[in-house]
Design a protein. Structure first.
Lengths: 312, 246
């Protein structure tokens, strides 16, 4: 992979008898939005902490922006931004003071600080409320301010740990869109952890799936979808029977077929179409009302991977 | 490093000063009370002898230490409680900048408050009782109290940060600190009382007599040693990974 900004080799972290991260090896290319997916407690936050040099790995190695995360973490923190598990906003200060503080921390000159703070607060629709004490704000607004703070010093890499967790769907969607607009405008690499698979599907060009600290899969979302199965077709209608399902299962273009809630669910082999099946169904006396085609979602991918893991 | 320490001081003071609210009434209350007590009431009641009374310097020197305790209790325990610590640790600031910034914020606040209240007292006593001549504290006494106040503030701050690093909440840090200082205060008092009468008399003579300078020097030396020991301990205790997991 060209121009890798994050590389881990067998990165492992134990907490007493619990292995939080287990021999994790991943690579993140520059300029991509990398999704690090997994359920709660799967080791995502611990991984970010190790990548930022906030936690020592038990074994293995992590290299971020060319710096060793164990011995040169100052270099990583200097060039990256992080929105961690909590927004980390000073609630007794105003929005402008929060950004002023981090502008000073990153030693932005006063004139640049003023311009940048205005630009970011305007991007997130917070400029008119910049003098308000942040403690009175909604969670969504605080989260937007935290993202603005993360991008204030124009980092080349940002870590976002569950940025939309706890937000209502509208606030989450707003934040996602504003975040992506900014990310594309500023060309940063994003290391995004989430357990929201729909979010990952919308934002990420590459994903890694982690469970109980172990990497289950790593690649482009389409590659992972292919692993979870082919194209899915849902047929709504009347007259489905076990005999029809058995007939369909014998056809070469069909990977699986089942009746669920009076619907016929079919999974096609790669590159197969649904049209040859229509005459077969009509011939068997099925009344078709609607046909829906869909691809495997990352949720399907995740469930498949978990099943595979459990079986092995 | 100096710039980062200044940034931390800016942040600590800003947070401390706005924690009572941003209202005009709140600010007037915060500033008005010390002005009324130390700038008007005490100098007016004490008369011209105010500048020769050691208590006129000791009280304004010791009072701000209470604020110092509040600032340092909040320093790490407060950041941990409000979930801002990890973000701060994930910034480019070095361990030393964060640590010394927080310590300096508390020490300078105590020193600044002392100078402010001492100046208020001088203005007050001169306005009320000057009779055309300028009333001033003896310079050597001002310097001695200022040095001791600085060392004492450093001691309180370092002890406070050490407690705050270990405490889960601000309340817990404040309780531990209060307890510690009560033990120290009452311990000294009872310790002094339990000394033989001749020793007590000698000690009092040394504090007030011609040799008071020498005694203050010894006290300052002891405080310097205590400060160095505490600061070393705080610096050793301050580890990012440890703070994240605490």
């Amino acid at each position: 992979m060209k121009d890798v900004v994050v590389r881990t080799e067998a990165l492992t972290r134990d907490f007493q008898k619990t292995r939080a991260v287990d021999a994790l090896s991943i690579e993140v290319a520059r300029g991509t939005v990398f999704g690090f997916l997994g359920p709660n407690g799967s080791g995502k936050t611990t991984t970010i902490r190790m990548l930022l040099g906030l936690l020592e790995p038990t074994s293995g190695k992590a290299e971020v922006l060319g710096f060793d995360a164990s011995t040169e973490s100052e270099g990583i923190r200097l060039r990256s931004g992080a929105l961690l598990e909590h927004p980390g906003i000073y609630e007794r200060l105003s929005a402008a003071d929060n950004l002023e503080l981090y502008g000073r921390i990153w030693q932005l000159p006063a004139s640049e600080r003023r311009v940048r703070i205005k630009q970011l607060l305007e991007s997130f629709g917070l400029w008119d409320r910049r003098k308000e004490i942040v403690g009175t704000w909604s969670r969504g607004m605080k989260q937007k301010l935290a993202v603005a703070r993360t991008m204030l010093h124009r980092p080349v890499l940002i870590f976002l740990d569950e940025p939309t967790a706890g937000l209502d769907p509208i606030a989450a969607n707003d934040l996602r869109e504003e975040l992506m607009t900014l990310v594309h405008r500023e060309g940063v690499t994003v290391f995004l952890t989430t357990h929201n698979l729909t979010e990952a599907e919308r934002l990420c060009s590459r994903v890694a799936v982690i469970r109980q600290g172990r990497l289950l899969a790593h690649g482009h979302p389409d590659e992972l979808r292919a692993r979870a199965g082919g194209q899915k077709v849902e047929i709504v209608g009347r007259g489905f029977s076990d005999q029809i399902v058995a007939t369909l299962r014998n056809r070469p273009e069909i990977r699986s077929a089942a009746i669920q809630n009076s619907r016929l669910l079919i999974e096609l082999q790669d590159h197969s179409g649904v049209s040859p099946l229509i005459p077969v169904l009509l011939g068997a006396g099925v009344e078709i009302e609607e046909i829906r085609k869909g691809r495997a979602t990352l949720e399907d991918v995740f469930l498949t991977l978990v099943e595979e893991e459990d079986r092995s | 490093m100096i710039r980062d320490v200044r940034t931390m001081i800016w942040k600590e003071w800003k947070e401390f000063l706005v924690q009572g609210g941003r209202s005009r009434k709140g600010r007037l209350f915060t500033v008005g009370i010390p002005i009324a007590i130390f700038g008007i009431f005490i100098p007016w009641r004490a008369g011209p002898g105010y500048v020769n009374n050691l208590g006129s310097l000791i009280v304004p020197a010791l009072m701000p230490l209470l604020f110092t305790m509040a600032i340092v209790s909040d320093s790490f325990a407060g950041e941990r409680e409000r979930h801002t610590l990890e973000t701060l640790l994930a910034s480019r600031l070095s361990d030393e900048a964060i640590l010394f910034g927080k310590l300096a914020a508390a020490v300078l606040f105590a020193g600044g408050m002392f100078v402010f209240m001492m100046t208020l007292g001088l203005i007050g006593v001169n306005l009320a009782h000057s009779d055309g001549r300028l009333l001033l504290f003896p310079l050597n006494r001002v310097i001695a109290v200022l040095v001791l106040d600085f060392l004492l503030a450093a001691f309180v701050s370092a002890a406070g940060v050490l407690v705050s690093l270990r405490a889960a909440t601000v309340r817990q840090a404040m309780q531990t600190l209060n307890m510690g200082f009560m033990v120290m205060m009452f311990g000294s008092l009872f310790g002094f009382e339990s000394l033989p009468a001749t020793w007590r008399a000698t000690l009092l003579r040394r504090l007030s007599g011609e040799n008071s300078g020498q005694t203050l020097f010894v006290a300052a030396l002891i405080l310097v040693l205590l400060d160095v020991a505490l600061l070393t301990s705080v610096h050793t205790r301050f580890r990012r990974a440890r703070l994240i997991l605490d």
